[in-house]
Design a binder for this molecule. Structure first.
Ligand SMILES: [Cu+2]
Length: 160
């Protein structure tokens, strides 16, 4: 009886693990920085892992006028941001946006961001099968002088 039950539990936990591996895209450590007076744009950084090859193609943001995916590079000593069409998410690999030279750009903020609050966004991720899924993300707003900013590119590699 006990043995049977243990076997059942083992089988259950194995199938749960298989389920978790099969489907879920995970997002962690989402954060932004509190805005300075007059600042109407903000960056969001996070780490995202997709079990299947996928692309982050867009996001929605209720507190900004425009939501863009950006890359950032250094050119002639200047930091340049550009809008990109998508951000690749290789299968099973954790992608830290900031560390990969990307961020979400919240343009035309309708209000300021205050340290300690949370901002909810909805990511759009397209899988290899073309299906687009919506993924809610809650970003923590950190103090204006918070370390390790998304644009701290000092240690980055720039393939371009
Ligand atoms: Cu940007």
């Amino acid at each position: 009886m006990t043995k049977l039950f243990a076997g059942f539990l083992l089988g259950l936990s194995m199938s749960l693990a298989a389920l978790a591996q099969a489907g879920e895209i995970t997002v962690r450590d989402a954060w932004s920085r509190a805005t300075a007076p007059g600042q109407d744009a903000a960056m969001v950084d996070f780490t995202i892992t997709s079990p299947e090859a996928a692309r982050l193609i867009a996001f929605e943001c209720s507190i900004c006028a425009a939501a863009e995916l950006h890359s950032m590079t250094h050119e002639n000593g200047m930091m340049k941001m550009r809008q990109v069409e998508f951000i690749d998410l290789p299968a099973g690999k954790s992608v830290n946006l900031g560390g990969s030279g990307y961020h979400l750009m919240l343009m035309g903020l309708k209000r300021s961001l205050k340290a300690g609050e949370q901002v909810t966004l909805t990511l759009r991720v397209r899988g290899a099968d073309g299906r687009v899924q919506a993924l809610p993300v809650t970003a923590e707003v950190r103090p204006i002088n918070a370390g390790k900013p998304a644009h701290d590119m000092g240690s980055m590699h720039h393939p371009h």
